[in-house]
Design a protein around this ligand. Structure first.
Ligand SMILES: *Cc1c(COP(=O)(O)O)cnc(C)c1O
Length: 478
């Protein structure tokens, strides 16, 4: 596609939107401008390709297609079948999975589909078997009562939120922490690393039905072969949520023991983080769970988003190209350069470094809360998010950490030299920010003091760093 075609496509689209609600067109254009100008270090974000973005804005959005390819509850789904089958084929080939279900609207939806597929497969319930055999009318009220009690009280062991796990891995305020009898494993307080012996011990004691691995804020590889052995030793189904690092699996940076696909019974992911696709989710599994997973609708989901499945097919096709492996390797090289740059300047990092796409700075070393650090960095043109650190004394709102990640900046083309410069900017802001006080003079976990001249100077340097790496260089909105 010519560069000119990209410009024309986005310009024309905005012109059409502007004709109806100009404020929406303006907000879309402003979002591109903001993204172009900010040093985006949010570990869960990326920049999807123009082809991926454009595949979403079309008539597929109008189509209902409950069911699966070739077995729909609606007529006229032949074109949706085409894109769903293509997305699933690319996913299977890319990850070496025997089955792919590409309908989940998000990572959380993918996890809910996986949980219910596992429950439906594993829970020994005569009522459930009747329901599945489509003898729903034979079920008595007592059967339904038993079914709810049995399905709702199964055991799940996942990584705790403050050690880097996700809300859906059993965090109490999330539905996963209520529908399951839940326990969590953390990390070793001394090293910050997963202690597999402790996980094995927790599994032996608790005997979970589901063992979950995967994370949103753990800066290290996970050995999925060992985790599978632990699951097998207690008869648990082993689920991996690779939402954050799917791009590193796709790009073959995580192989062998660190590739979840050959080791897990079921793998879930988002498609918009390191995988660089549209916002969405996906489930991969072997033949044993495939039928249950394909019942995502009606089990959990309603109609799929066919326009997003079209974009998933495009993005997954991109991820199968050789240059994606190069991209994935550069993500990790950049994260390590960023970590090294921060360590050399005296920052404290959870686990002392990284071997994936993210770095977790313990900002208590700078005398700050995560909230103060996040806002001071934002004032200086650096976009990050605050995050708990293990055993965080400041809780999940203020936190003591800043999570930074390299998938987005790597997409723009920044490399090791720019990562070192970025480390310098982050260190400058954090070392020059001091905690503020509340109206009563008491120490505040939110207020902070940063000389505006420092923020401005860092902001300018951050912008200069980005100048040689324009975002969507072919797109000129005029
Ligand atoms: C981001 C994330 C999710 C949730 O994805 P959404 O698309 O935001 O619902 C689930 N699991 C993990 C590990 C994540 O990092």
């Amino acid at each position: 596609m010519s560069r000119n075609a990209e410009s024309t496509a986005f310009r024309s689209a905005l012109e059409v939107v502007r004709g109806v609600e100009p404020r929406v067109a303006d907000a879309i254009a402003a979002e591109l401008a903001d993204q172009r100008e900010s040093l985006k270090l949010i570990a869960s974000e990326n920049y999807a390709s123009p082809a991926t973005l454009l595949a979403m804005g079309n008539w597929f959005s109008d189509k209902y297609a409950e069911g699966t390819v070739g077995r729909r509850f609606y007529a006229g789904c032949q074109n949706v079948d085409t894109v769903e089958a293509l997305a699933a084929e690319h996913a299977r080939e890319l990850f070496g999975a025997s089955h792919a279900y590409v309908q989940p609207h998000s990572g959380i939806d993918a996890n809910l589909v996986a949980f219910w597929a596992i429950l439906a497969d594993r829970v020994e319930s005569p009522a459930l078997r009747k329901a599945q055999a489509r003898q729903v009318n034979d079920l008595t009220e007592a059967d339904w009562f038993a079914l709810r009690r049995e399905l709702g009280n199964q055991r799940m062991l996942g990584m705790s939120l403050d050690a880097g796990g996700h809300l859906t891995h059993g965090f109490r305020p999330n539905i996963s922490g209520k529908m399951f009898d839940q326990r969590s494993y953390g990390t070793d307080p001394a090293t910050g690393l997963i202690d597999y012996d402790r996980v094995a011990e927790a599994a032996r004691e608790f005997k979970p039905l589901i063992l979950v691995a995967g994370y949103s804020a753990y800066p290290r590889k996970v050995n999925f072969r060992i985790m599978r052995e632990i699951a097998d030793s207690v008869g648990a189904t082993f689920m991996v949520d690779m939402a954050h690092f799917a791009g590193l699996v796709a790009g073959k940076v995580f192989t062998g023991d660190f590739d979840p696909v050959p080791h897990a019974h079921i793998v879930t992911t988002t498609t918009h983080k390191s995988l660089r696709g549209p916002r969405g989710g996906m489930v991969l599994c072997g033949p044993e769970l495939a039928d249950q997973v394909d019942r995502g609708c009606p089990m959990v989901l309603g109609g799929p988003l066919p326009h997003v499945m079209a974009a998933k097919a495009v993005a997954l096709a991109e991820a199968r190209r050789p240059d994606f492996a190069d991209y994935a390797q550069r993500i990790v090289d950049n994260a390590q350069a960023l970590a090294d740059g921060l360590l050399r300047r005296g920052a404290t990092l959870v686990t002392g470094g990284t071997d994936n796409h993210l770095v977790l700075i313990d900002v208590s070393g700078y005398g700050l809360t995560g909230r103060q650090a996040e806002q001071a960095l934002l004032d200086s043109g650096i976009v990050t998010n605050r995050n708990s650190v293990p055993q965080d004394p400041n809780g999940a709102w203020y936190t003591s950490g800043i999570r930074i990640g390299t998938p987005a900046l790597t997409t723009r083309g920044l490399g090791a030299a720019e990562m070192d410069a970025t480390a310098e900017l982050i260190h400058t802001v954090l070392s020059q920010t001091t905690p503020g006080t509340g109206p009563d003079g008491a120490p505040s976990k939110a207020k902070y003091v940063l000389d505006p001249a420092v923020a401005e100077s860092v902001g300018k340097q951050a912008a200069d760093l980005l100048t040689p790496f324009p975002l969507y260089p072919a797109v000129d909105l005029g």
